[in-house]
Each structure stands twice: as structure tokens, then as C-alpha cells.
Write a protein of this length. Structure first.
Length: 628
């Protein structure tokens, strides 16, 4: 049988599989999944009429090449009936995000967005950056497009409203004002510089600022400043002046705002060269909370409206949509999409394609940003591909690597040891694929603490044992074509030991060591079965390798510092049952430090305010278990 005849037979097999389901399919709305012979989901779709939609796939001549390829791979289908088409759209979006089928338009890099949280579980609320499920009590403001946008807003809140940013444990243990108080970034509630009522007033003003009442608050502060000046209380008036300036600064840096729009997302698409960029601007309380670019995949044979519709379904699958969504292109099923978004938000959501006025100008600005971002990406992709080709040539690889993983460790004498993995490919760094590993096998007091080879063996063993378990057939994109290790011959040897133990034989390995005196430009490359060698100091491939290594080092150092800071913030008092914030603060005020508490006698503990005889005994026993 010829190759063409075999393909036709496969297509007919796929069509027959699909046709066999038609007799029992309902005519109502629902979601369907197309599955290949290996059990992998190829495509997830929704339909107003399941039977009619699935029947279309039996007319293979009417389908695009991509869909024809999907049909001939189909060996089974699964169906879920829903009450409404909007419910089907929501289920479809969730399944696409969960299963990432290869023939759906996919939204990649769908990280959660950071928010600003004013906590509601403390008498003196804390203002902080928050990401993740909204489990902590308080008020959330956002989303913000990036951590940078949140940090900028937090800096303004500190200058303008003097709210504390310290943790509750730090707040409870303060005995004198911190540096933030000294530089007028905090009102000092931890040491009673301001009472609860006064701090509550600052919180209310910050809440008003974040909900779009900044002009009214500025007028109020200006009136108070003038009154203080008239009373010759110039230092207090200067504090209000600085707060007003901080508010004015953030209002002056708004590059996209729309009068009359307090709560909206602006979503604009630009396509070129077979690729798509979608820019999303977040407008909240009349303020621009930043923007983010997305690059959906599998968009070659879809028009802009279809891409936008697929994007919006997945984008809002785990987010609450705003009251208004402004689009650059009309979507095919606007009514169904709007109904689904309303259901997701629990209130009215409007989807609109403006044609004139300020809303249209906002969309045009977002479109221009999408165009520029896609242009940069296409240029970077071309140069990145050339670098990967050069790397394959230098390392004598059989093919250009599509996925490169780089590993590094970070620790201080074996303490808080972490491993880090970063990923790069034709489109640059793939940050949502980065991984960090807390080293488990080596403790601080171990004889081999600080053994970089043992750490590397643990990291690689965990990484590839999991890959063998979760993607044994190597079809989910979890396997690299090349791994780079930061180090020399020893690290390379440790890597090869792991691969031999796990039976990994088809992943290229190289290690890169810094030159003499850690001199950049004189790095040496180590490959299995080859003598170490260096590249010309002006070789672009060397610069590329340095970028990869430096990114892995940056990620490892950042992970290590975060873990070390977290451990440093913990106090032995936090682990004692019954010692909460008030008792901890009383103990630290009385003794000066947790170490002094641990050395205190039972009688000394009993005299601390709020510490009963029983509690003193519990604290003493915690630090002196050998006395039992």
C-alpha cells in the first residue's frame, strides 16, 4: 500500500469512528473530545447541537488540512451534555486548559495575576502583594499585570498612606520603630506611635484611593495641610504635602485611561507571519494596572475573531471578568461568550468592539502594543533559531534542540540548599517551565553538606524519574533535547551517573565551567567522550551559553534567598502551642530576644504580662525537654 493510500485509509478509519457515534448523540448543547489511539485528547470542542456539529467531521473534504490530520488520528470520542451553550463554553475552556490538546488554540503562559491585599484579620491591617487563591480575609484590589506594577503601587501606598508592610510576627516583636518609619513610609503602629483609630483613617483613605476616589482624598488632605499650616504645625503639614505628591506622581504616569470606564479589560489582537499576539490592558478604578502580552499557539488557520473567542474563554476560566471587556475584533458567538462570562462573574458583563471615541482609542493603543510586541518576538525568534543551530553545530548534535534545560545549585555551606532548572527554546526562555528543587538528601549537619555533586545527582534523579513516570512516550514535551550543567567534569560525571542509572540514553549533555579566576569569555565546555574545549571569546554561541548559565544562576540564587529569608523570619516562639502574637510580643519586650526567652527560668517567665504559670511551664518545657 502506498503512503497516499495508507493516509486515505487512516482518514476513512477516523471518519468511520466519528460516524459510529452519531446515532446515539443528542441534539442539545454539550462538549466533545476527540482521542487518538494512545488515549491522548486531540481536540476539545463545544456545540449548540452535538449531533450536527460532530456530523460535520464526517465531511472530510470540507475541512482544513490541520483538521483532516486530526480526523485521521481519531480513534475514540467522549461527550458531555450541558444545559446551555454557555455552560458548554465554560466546560470547554476548563478542559482545554487542563488537557492542552494539540489541535486546539491554546493560551500559554497563563500565570495567576498579583493583587494588592489590605488584610482584614488584624487590628492594624497590613498592605501587601498577594497571588493565588483568595483565602486570607481582607480586601483585594487588582488584578495587576505584573509584580512590577504591584510593587510600584505598593510604594505609592507606603508614601501616601503610611500603611505597614511587615508581617504579623515582625509587627508583634517590634520594640522600637523600624527604618520604614524613620523614612516616613510607615505610621509606626507597632510601637503605638499612632492609635487604632488614626491608623484606621489611613486605611480608609488607602481603600478610597484604590477604588478611584483619589481626587476627593487629595482635596481632603490639601484642606488638612492648609489648616495645619495656619496653626504653624509645619512638620505635620510637610508630611501631608509629601503624601499628596506621592498620589500625584502615580496619577501622572497613566498612558492609557478612559473617562467613564472604571472597571474594564482592553483586549487587542495583531497577527503576522503565522503568529498572533494578544495584548491585555487592565483598567481598574480609573487607573491603568498594567498590560501583558500573550502568544496563543495553533492559530494558523483561524481568523482573529476565532482566536479572540478561544483566548477569552481560557483567559477567564480561572479569573473573574470585569464589568466591561473592550475588543479589537468581533467574536463569532458574542452572545454565548457574554452569557458565559456573566455566569462566571455572577453579574452583568458587557463585551464590546468600540468604533469611535475614547474607548476606540484605548483599543488602538493596545493594538499598537500588540503589533510592536509581535514584531520583537519574530525578530528574537529568528536570531534565537540561529543561535540554537550554532549550538547544535558546536556540540555536534544530530538535530537543532527544541528544548534546552540548564541546571544550577545554590547554598551556603550546605544550608538552605536548592536546585534550579531553567528552560529555553526557539522562542527564548520558557519561564512557566522553570522548576526549583529543595534539596532533601543533604542536611545542614551532614558530613557531605555542600557536596555539589550529590545535590546535582538528587535534582536530576528527581527530574528525570518524574519525566519517565509522567511522559514515558515523550509526547507531552517534558523531555529536553539538551541539558547544560553549570560546572566542570565532576558535574558532568554526576549527570552521566544518573542517566546510566535511569536508562536515559538519548538526551545530549554538556557542562560549562567558568574560566580561570571565573573570567567570563574563557569558559570551558565538557562533553562525554571529548576533550574539554573553549569557544572564541567573540563567538555568538558563547554569549548564548553565558546567557543561559547566568539565567540559571539568577533563578537559583533567587530561590535560595527566598528560602533563606523565609527561614530567618521564623522564630522558635512561633512553634510553641498557645503563644500567639500578643504573648510573643510580651515575651520579646520583656527579654529582648527569643534566645533570652529560651534561657529564662520558670520564675522569670511567670512575671511576664499575659504568661500564666501553666503557660510559663509549657514555654520552659519546650526549650528544656531534657529536664523531663
Amino acid at each position: 500500500m502506498s503512503e497516499q493510500e495508507q493516509q486515505l485509509a487512516d482518514e476513512m478509519t477516523g471518519v468511520e469512528v466519528i460516524r459510529a457515534y452519531l446515532a446515539n448523540l443528542p441534539t442539545g448543547p454539550g462538549v466533545y473530545r476527540m482521542i487518538n489511539g494512545g488515549g491522548d485528547v486531540l481536540y476539545v470542542g463545544k456545540a449548540k447541537n452535538l449531533k450536527k456539529r460532530v456530523a460535520n467531521y464526517t465531511q472530510i473534504a470540507r475541512q482544513s488540512i490541520r483538521i483532516q490530520r486530526m480526523i485521521h488520528q481519531t480513534r475514540a470520542m467522549e461527550f458531555v451534555s450541558t444545559h446551555t451553550e454557555a455552560e458548554a463554553l465554560l466546560l470547554e475552556a476548563n478542559l482545554i486548559k487542563k488537557l492542552t490538546p494539540r489541535y486546539n488554540i491554546l493560551l500559554r503562559d497563563d500565570k495567576s495575576f498579583p493583587y494588592i491585599l489590605i488584610t482584614g484579620d488584624h487590628d492594624y491591617p497590613q498592605v501587601l502583594k498577594y497571588r493565588g487563591a483568595r483565602k486570607r480575609k481582607g480586601e483585594y484590589f487588582g488584578p495587576f499585570a505584573s509584580a512590577g506594577a504591584v510593587n510600584q503601587s505598593l510604594a505609592v501606598l507606603q508614601r501616601a498612606f503610611l500603611l505597614r508592610s511587615c508581617t504579623d510576627s515582625v509587627f508583634a516583636s517590634r520594640t522600637r520603630p523600624c527604618l520604614l518609619y524613620q523614612i516616613k513610609r510607615c505610621a509606626g503602629p507597632c510601637v503605638d506611635v499612632i492609635d487604632e483609630a488614626g491608623y484606621g483613617k489611613l486605611v480608609e483613605q488607602a481603600r478610597g484611593f484604590l477604588t478611584g476616589q483619589s481626587n476627593a482624598i487629595q482635596k481632603q488632605l490639601a484642606a488638612e495641610m492648609e489648616e495645619l499650616s495656619e496653626e504653624l504645625r509645619f512638620e505635620e503639614a510637610a508630611v501631608l504635602r509629601d503624601r499628596i505628591r506621592a498620589m500625584t506622581t502615580v496619577q501622572a504616569h497613566q498612558d492609557i485611561t478612559t473617562r467613564g470606564v472604571d472597571d474594564a479589560d482592553v483586549v487587542a489582537l495583531h497577527h503576522r507571519g503565522g503568529q498572533v499576539c494578544i495584548q491585555v490592558f487592565f483598567l481598574r478604578a480609573g487607573t491603568n494596572y498594567g498590560n501583558r502580552a500573550y502568544y496563543p499557539v495553533h492559530t494558523n488557520d483561524a481568523d482573529p475573531g476565532q482566536v479572540l473567542e478561544a483566548f477569552l474563554g481560557q483567559f477567564y476560566a480561572n479569573k473573574v471578568p470585569p464589568k466591561l471587556i473592550l475588543l479589537s475584533h468581533p467574536v463569532p458567538e458574542k452572545a454565548v461568550l457574554t452569557e458565559a462570562l456573566c455566569e462566571r462573574a455572577g453579574r452583568t458583563v458587557s463585551v464590546h468592539v468600540p468604533t469611535r471615541g475614547e474607548k476606540r482609542n484605548a483599543v488602538k493603543l493596545a493594538e499598537e502594543n500588540a503589533k510592536k510586541a509581535l514584531g520583537r518576538r519574530l525578530a528574537e525568534s529568528a536570531s534565537q533559531r540561529q543561535l540554537l543551530e550554532g549550538l547544535a553545530e558546536k556540540l555536534e548534535m544530530d538535530a537543532v534542540p527544541e528544548r534546552v534545560e540548564v541546571y544550577d545549585n545554590s547554598h551556603i555551606s550546605g544550608t538552605n540548599a536548592v536546585g534550579a532548572m531553567i528552560v529555553s527554546g526557539p522562542d527564548g526562555f520558557v519561564k512557566n517551565a522553570y522548576r526549583k528543587f529543595n534539596i532533601r538528601s543533604i542536611g545542614t549537619g551532614d558530613a557531605n553538606a555542600g557536596d555539589d555533586y550529590a545535590m546535582m545527582r538528587e535534582v536530576l534523579s528527581r527530574r528525570f524519574a518524574r519525566a519517565q513516570k509522567e511522559d514515558p512516550d515523550r509526547i507531552k514535551g517534558q523531555w529536553p533535547d539538551l541539558i547544560l550543567i553549570d560546572g566542570g567534569a565532576g558535574q558532568l560525571g554526576a549527570t552521566l551517573e544518573v542517566f546510566e542509572e535511569l536508562g536515559v540514553t538519548d538526551v545530549a549533555v554538556a557542562s560549562i565551567a567558568k574560566g580561570p579566576d571565573r573570567n567570563a569569555g574563557r569558559e570551558r565546555l565538557f562533553l562525554p567522550g571529548r576533550e574539554p574545549f573553549s569557544l572564541d571569546s567573540r563567538d555568538p554561541v558563547l554569549y548564548f551559553l553565558q546567557r543561559l548559565r547566568d539565567e540559571a544562576h539568577r533563578f537559583a540564587i533567587g530561590t535560595h534567598r527566598a528560602r533563606r529569608s523565609k527561614n530567618m523570619e521564623r522564630s522558635p516562639l512561633d512553634e510553641i502551642q498557645g503563644v500567639g502574637g500578643a504573648r510573643k510580643k510580651a515575651l520579646l519586650h520583656h527579654f529582648g530576644s527569643a534566645r533570652a526567652v529560651s534561657q529564662a527560668g520558670l520564675t522569670d517567665l511567670e512575671v511576664v504580662e499575659g504568661i500564666s504559670r501553666a503557660m510559663a511551664g509549657r514555654i520552659y518545657d519546650w526549650f528544656h525537654p531534657e529536664d523531663d
